[in-house]
Ligand binder design. Structure first.
Ligand SMILES: Nc1ncnc2c1ncn2[C@@H]1O[C@H](COP(=O)(O)OP(=O)(O)O)[C@@H](O)[C@H]1O
Ligand SMILES: [Mg+2]
Length: 237
């Protein structure tokens, strides 16, 4: 059987900050319709990889293709319009804007013209309840939900989630995991999940890659993360 072509195909991706190289030649294929986890110790370059994919970092690559489009040299804006959605580590909602204004910003980034927040409010009812409230007054978990919703309103084909569980209470982590899995099952949304939270990966991912020193070094099945030795070897938890 022929392997399905990757939604996102990365070969030899390099990039860093100023003179400092971080990504040392990343090879990674993200398959359409899957939730793929990327794990690795702090500082190995996971967030840098997400930024290079969305175009926030100067990067070079032998291959960087999304839905058949060559992304090399294109702007973050152009990538968002192609259907790449990025939820950064630390969330970054606009604290003084209301929940609904944050969602409106998400729409303008993705180029979607019609403001219909019904679907995301369906997934995140707390955001509907708080839609006129300043985002800075929400709890960390609610801000994470808003950061995800702000990307979802643009109807992305691929969602890049960078450590969504960081600093969030376990019940909200479970809610977010359930909602993203539901979106994946119902709409075919493809997801790349950078996480340290093994339970969250187990609840969500079909595939797991390990990053070390700016490269993808191996692939694990999520079930292999039940082995403490495997986790100790690949994570600093
Ligand atoms: N804005 C930045 N400027 C300079 N160096 C950075 C910046 N962000 C991250 N780094 C460095 O790049 C390396 C990889 O960081 P990062 O991609 O954030 O790792 P991870 O997400 O895996 O914890 C680290 O050495 C980090 O200190
Ligand atoms: Mg990071």
């Amino acid at each position: 059987m022929v392997e399905p072509t990757a939604l996102l195909s990365i070969q030899g991706l390099r990039g860093g900050y100023g003179g400092k190289p971080v990504l040392q030649g990343v090879d990674l294929d993200i398959r359409e319709g899957e939730i793929t986890a990327v794990i690795g110790r702090n500082g190995v370059g996971k967030s840098t990889l997400m930024k290079a994919i969305i175009g926030l970092l100067p990067a070079s690559a032998a291959t960087l293709r999304f839905k058949g489009h060559d992304l090399v040299g294109t702007t973050p804006h152009a990538r968002a319009r192609l259907g790449l959605g990025y939820v950064p580590q630390g969330r970054d909602v606009f604290p003084r804007l209301s929940v609904e204004e944050n969602l409106t910003v998400g729409l303008s980034i993705s180029g979607v013209a019609i403001a219909d927040f019904g679907a995301v409010y369906g997934y995140f009812p707390i955001l509907k309840e708080r839609r006129r409230q300043a985002a800075g007054t929400l709890s960390g978990g609610q801000q994470q939900q808003l950061a995800i919703a702000r990307v979802l309103v643009g109807g992305p084909a691929l969602l890049l989630l960078d450590e969504p569980s960081e600093g969030i209470q376990p019940s909200i982590v479970q809610d977010i995991a359930r909602i993203v899995v539901d979106l994946n099952r119902k709409t075919g949304l493809t997801v790349v999940l950078v996480e340290q939270n093994i339970d969250m990966i187990r609840a969500m991912a079909q595939r797991c890659y390990v990053m070390d020193k700016g490269r993808i070094i191996t692939e694990l099945t999520p079930a292999m993360l039940d082995d403490r030795d495997v986790v100790r070897r690949h994570l600093s938890v």
